[in-house]
Ligand binder design. Structure first.
Ligand code: NAP
Length: 257
């Protein structure tokens, strides 16, 4: 059975690992191409946008895909919207691995905002030391608040985007460690953290460290992503795929369609 996995997450990588040697499935992992050197994957991987809904549909048809797993990041809402529309149009089964948001805990000092632009406003007028734990494409919004000192952690250099003048980059990728995150926040004398509510374990240590240090976190809200059949994990996706395999039309009737 031919499968497309829309990836870029820990869950997508885990699913790729689970399916790599499973001869029932012939899967391709699709990455947006946001990172220059993504982690090596144990299955065929394609990179870059499809060209909107029509482009995705053409790719699915050309590759005779029979089921799609959306394992994109909770903030990658456009890709999910396109996946829902494309699969509806082609009557293809679609399941979506949905990562729970981090719940607010006692002691968290979160300031909830809707967008990166609102996060900029929430920082206020007085110069502050700000830790930006965001994707590089979201950093441009902070050029509107040049009075702050920023330290930004990204996987790759930011490339050609507008940036505030006083910004230093730390290049790293999760998973992160709570003790090291606390040391980092103290060392950098961070007064406020800006983060997405990505969920999962890999990037949570900075949130726990901020709580212990009583540092406020400006938390950018999740988009409301459309989805297919909701799944909790990569393992649940394998079970769902096995169900699709069991219920798909026989190869004879598929050939005659
Ligand atoms: P997006 O806004 O949902 O997608 C924008 C476009 O990128 C899509 O329309 C599609 O282009 C392409 N795209 C996205 N995911 C793709 C995939 N898996 N395979 C092929 N093409 C893909 O997503 P985004 O711009 O990548 O990111 C939005 C937010 O998610 C940011 O906050 C970012 O930090 C976060 N995030 C993304 C990733 C990731 O791997 N994408 C990982 C971690 C965090 P076409 O319309 O041309 O098909």
């Amino acid at each position: 059975m031919r499968i497309l996995i829309l990836g870029g997450t820990t869950e997508a990588s885990e699913l790729a690992r689970l399916l790599a040697d499973d001869r029932r499935f012939e899967a391709t992992l699709s990455l947006a191409g946001r990172t220059v050197s993504p982690k090596p994957q144990p299955m065929p991987t394609r990179m870059g946008g499809f060209g909107g809904i029509a482009g995705l549909q053409a790719w699915l048809r050309d590759h005779a895909v029979e089921a799609v797993i959306d394992a994109t990041h909770p903030y990658a809402d456009q890709m999910s919207r396109h996946a829902v529309a494309a699969c509806e149009g082609l009557a293809l089964p679609l399941a979506s691995i949905r990562r729970e948001a981090w719940p607010r805990q006692d002691g968290d000092r979160w300031i909830d905002v809707a967008t990166p632009q609102d996060a900029v406003s929430a920082l206020g007028q007085d110069p502050a030391r700000v830790f930006l734990s965001l994707g590089r494409l979201e950093l441009a919004a902070f050029a509107a608040a040049p009075q702050h000192h920023y330290v930004a952690r990204t996987i790759d250099p930011p490339g050609d985007i507008a940036l505030p003048p006083d910004i230093r980059f730390v290049f790293d990728r999760g998973p992160f460690d709570e003790t090291k995150e606390e040391a980092f926040l103290v060392e950098e004398r961070v007064a406020v953290v800006v983060s997405k509510n990505s969920g999962g374990q890999a990037t949570y240590p900075k949130i726990a460290a901020a709580r212990r240090l009583k540092i406020p976190v400006v938390m950018i809200a999740r988009p409301d992503k459309p989805h297919g059949e909701p799944l909790e994990s990569a393992r649940a996706a394998v079970i769902w795929l096995a169900g699709q395999l069991a219920h798909r039309p026989s190869s004879t009737s598929r050939r005659s369609v």
